[in-house]
Design a binder for this molecule. Structure first.
Ligand code: ZN
Length: 152
């Protein structure tokens, strides 16, 4: 398990902060892509709005959602990191975060920054679907376009 006690306390505080004060919460009128995620086990829902610019970069990202604190904190952490990233960079971020949420380590050379808080989810296997919900919506948005993904 990566992360000493102090580090885990910091991750915990970040998750709580994101769930209480979600960043980039809301919708984008006329968004380029809207994708949603549904986690019926826990009752979490996330709707992700992406605005792409002419160079296929994400210029704006917002989300709306309901559900448990981890699902909403994860969506907040995700959308805060998206603006300015290319489609490829965002998909690389998805791949790295997905490994960590499901119990692995950050890939060599990947700088997680604020995403590091997702490492805490490894302690709560029951919460993997909650934490990965917004990320699956992102992958769907970037690879397949509009639609809804479900964790079941
Ligand atoms: Zn949940």
């Amino acid at each position: 398990m990566t992360g000493d006690k102090t580090e885990q306390d910091r991750w915990q505080a970040q998750l709580v902060d994101h769930s209480q004060f979600p960043r980039r919460h809301g919708r984008i009128e006329g968004a380029s892509i809207i994708a949603a995620g549904d986690n019926p086990i826990c009752g979490d829902r996330v709707r992700l709005y992406l605005q792409m610019d002419e160079e296929d970069r994400i210029s704006d990202a917002r989300f709306e959602g309901t559900g448990c604190a981890i699902s909403q904190a994860s969506a907040s952490i995700l959308t805060a990191q998206l603006p300015g990233r290319s489609r490829r960079q965002a998909l690389e971020m998805f791949a790295a975060a997905h490994v960590v949420i499901t119990g692995g380590e950050w890939p060599e050379g990947f700088e997680p920054g604020e995403l590091a808080a997702l490492g805490l989810v490894r302690k709560f296997p029951m919460r993997v679907k909650c934490a990965s919900l917004a990320w699956h919506a992102l992958r769907h948005a970037l690879e397949e376009g509009e639609g809804t993904v479900t964790t079941e």
